[in-house]
Design a protein around this ligand. Sequence first.
Ligand code: ZN
Length: 113
Amino acid sequence: MSIEKLKTLWQKYFGTSSPKPLETKKPTRVKRKTRRDRLNGLISEIGKEMFDVRVQVEWGRCPYCESIAQMMSTRLGYFRCSNCREITKQYINGRIAYLPVDDQSALGDEPKA
Ligand SMILES: [Zn+2]
């Protein structure tokens, strides 16, 4: 997911690289509300397109590099360490822990139960 792609999307939707609205000359209340509603709709549309996976970031202790790092979810239940980039499995048992992923096939597109 690159910034360039986001910019391209933004330009596609708004015709400008800046998020600032262009029509500021005589905005009536009604028009502004409509515009904002439309903007919100487009933003969630972009978000859905850009992040079809809900990105989740949590702090945790990485089992690979043994440091407290930000763990970013790559798929449900799996988190990637922001320090060493290893993928760990989230384990919840009273408290949240992160385990090494032994079975790499679990990281395939179709995770087995
Ligand atoms: Zn790590």
